[in-house]
Design a binder for this molecule. Structure first.
Ligand SMILES: C[S@@+](CC[C@H](N)C(=O)[O-])C[C@H]1O[C@@H](n2cnc3c(N)ncnc32)[C@H](O)[C@@H]1O
Length: 220
């Protein structure tokens, strides 16, 4: 099983994918390998972004002409592959993650896809690594998909590093619908963050009901 948008039936999800650009052989193999690991309980089943979200992210990256991007939460590398493929020639993607094991899979597929030279992976605590990045407005795109409790700090650290007009994408902002009845601390953090971002004057904000919720922030 691969992750799908949580409010869609399997049939509608299949239809959405069949009506979107298909994955090529390398991306499909990465999705299949990760799904196999998830089926055997070796990785969390919900970690990888939905296929249609990856297609959208590649499209957005290309439409924006992204030269510099940063990803917080890389896992086995599917979202990074989509961003890397969307970037202009010579583009650079900085990936932050603390798992050497999972990102080793990512590296294999970036090599196979011919984008390894565009991606720099740094291992460690994402917030520490992000704080080490010079505070200069250089990123055209940021994708946040790591620990949810860290999202407010990631947004604060990303903002001064984003180019005006750049996009910050936040994953899982619907928390499988639990934003309406928060259970965990992470749910409560997202509820508060979603409310704050809706009127944050630094961004134009939309929460898309795609996959598990994808918030798009355009930096003013
Ligand atoms: C949901 S997965 C990312 C999925 C990935 N974007 C994809 O499409 O396949 C979350 C990742 O964030 C990493 N992560 C979670 N909290 C972290 C932290 N505080 N610092 C660094 N990495 C973290 C985990 O190791 C995991 O690989």
């Amino acid at each position: 099983m691969t992750p799908r948008s949580f409010l869609l039936t399997q049939e509608v999800s299949d239809y959405v994918r069949a009506s979107s650009e298909p994955l090529d052989e390398v991306a499909a193999a990465l999705v299949a390998e990760t799904a196999g690991l998830a089926d055997r309980g070796e990785v969390p089943a919900t970690f990888q972004i939905a296929v249609e979200q990856g297609v959208l992210m590649q499209l957005l990256t290309a439409a924006l002409g992204v030269r510099r991007a940063v990803e917080i939460g890389t896992f086995t590398g599917f979202s990074a592959l989509c961003i890397a493929r969307g970037m202009v020639d010579g583009g650079r993607l900085l990936c932050l993650d603390r798992s050497e094991e999972w990102t080793a899979i990512a590296r294999r597929y970036w090599e196979r896809a011919g984008v390894a030279d565009r991606v720099e992976l740094r291992l460690g605590e994402a917030l520490d690594l992000l704080r080490e990045v010079p505070v200069e407005p250089v990123f055209d795109l940021a994708f946040v998909d790591a620990d949810k409790a860290g999202y407010p700090a990631y947004v604060e650290e990303l903002h001064p590093r984003m180019r005006p007009g750049g996009l910050v994408l936040l994953d899982n902002t619907l928390r499988s619908g639990r934003v309406l009845a928060p259970v965990s601390e992470e749910d409560h953090v997202l509820v508060a963050l979603n409310a704050a971002l809706a009127t944050d004057p630094r961004f134009e904000t939309v929460l898309l009901p795609l996959a598990d919720g994808l918030t798009v922030l355009r930096v003013r």
